[in-house]
Design a protein around this ligand. Structure first.
Ligand code: ATP
Ligand code: MG
Length: 335
């Protein structure tokens, strides 16, 4: 039974395509919500440009990378050249600027690891975090959005995986499990590895987009409208892909040696990255290379306790996908 579950998919797997697609569709944010987010951004831009005419605001994270489900908070980055102020001073000043009749609960969190301003729009209830000069996040947001445009199965898979991770309590970096960003990278990597491949490796292709941020050169092929047929020869549907994703992370990933790398579109070794030992709090128990900050392992938040939790959840999900009569319900049952 165990052997079988590692290799061959159940014969009725295709009957779950429609229910998985229905779940995906129920998670997509309605147009109205997108419009409200834009309105809030416009208000913020107006308030900021009065004080700092050269500053710019960028949306990043799930509100801009196309992997945001309905009712997500929005992530905003203030890009500003203020050489004489550190980030916590900027955050304090920004909170003052934004304190207006139209906004509620504007808070400056100056002592957080990443200083931010938090606020809430009282009309729509949208919450927003504003960070300062985190332009790498803006660039990796674009990379994710570009990948999503190549094949619709990426967005479907990532929504299902994020929904599963939130339902099962394994999307909490402060508890040692993985960020949404890490799960999306896992999905991209998985689709780069299907045979035939469903996604290409954009960073290995001709450069059509290039920016240098914090001394890191970020370049890749971003003319994704030319790649719309890329996954044509692979006919797998969302149910098969969810099954394959969990069976990979439950039974086939080499946790001892392997690093998944969207940047190279392949698996590289921990040895090569020098991620074989614990250094400080970085233990490298599950290794996901950031596509641009390549020294950065998105699995570094995972500790010896939470790795067990994660792997048990992957195994539970794989078993459900293989044997459960009703996987589209069972997978998302609260823990
Ligand atoms: P959610 O829908 O759960 O809010 P999200 O896509 O906004 O998902 P977060 O994990 O909240 O994901 O991260 C927001 C953004 O911040 C990511 O899209 C990414 O651009 C950036 N980011 C998050 N974690 C990291 C990290 N460890 N290294 C680099 N960038 C990160
Ligand atoms: Mg977010």
């Amino acid at each position: 039974r165990m052997y079988k579950s590692r290799t061959i998919c159940r014969s009725d797997i295709d009957s779950f395509e429609a229910p998985f697609l229905a779940i995906y569709e129920s998670l997509i944010p309605p147009e109205e919500e997108k419009a409200q987010q834009k309105q809030l951004l416009t208000l913020l831009e107006k308030l900021v440009s009065k004080e700092w005419p050269n500053a710019r605001l960028y949306l990043y994270g799930s509100c801009a990378n196309s992997f945001g489900v309905s009712k997500s908070d929005i992530d905003v980055c203030l890009a500003i050249e203020e050489t004489d102020m550190d980030k916590s001073d900027i955050v304090l000043k920004l909170a003052n600027i934004l304190q207006s009749d139209n906004l509620q609960n504007v808070q400056a969190l100056t002592r957080a690891r990443v200083p931010i301003v938090k606020l809430k729009d009282p009309v729509t209830g949208i919450s927003c975090d504003i960070c300062i000069n985190n332009l790498l996040a803006v660039v990796n947001t674009k990379l994710l959005r570009d990948y999503a445009q190549i094949d619709s199965r990426l967005r479907q898979l990532a929504f299902i995986i994020k929904h599963w991770a939130k339902s099962r309590g394994v999307n909490e970096t402060y508890q040692g499990t993985l960020s949404s960003y890490a799960y999306v990278l896992m999905c991209i990597h998985f689709l780069q590895h299907r045979r035939p491949a469903i996604l290409p490796c954009l960073q290995e292709m001709e450069t059509t987009y290039s920016v240098t941020v914090e001394d890191i050169e970020c370049s890749y092929f971003d003319q994704v409208e030319k790649l719309r047929d890329f996954g044509y020869y692979n006919k797998e549907n969302i149910a098969q892909l969810v099954w394959g994703f969990f069976s990979y992370w439950a039974y086939r990933h080499d946790y001892a040696n392997a690093v998944i790398s969207v940047r190279t579109g392949s698996i590289i070794s921990k040895q090569e990255k020098d991620w074989t030992r614990r250094i400080g709090n970085d233990r490298h128990l599950i290794c996901i290379e950031d596509p641009f900050e390549t020294r950065h392992d998105l699995g570094r938040v995972v500790d010896k306790y939470s790795i067990k939790v994660l792997r048990e959840e992957f195994e539970r999900a794989a078993e459900i996908m293989q044997y459960d009569p009703n996987p589209c319900v069972k997978l998302f049952e609260p823990y």
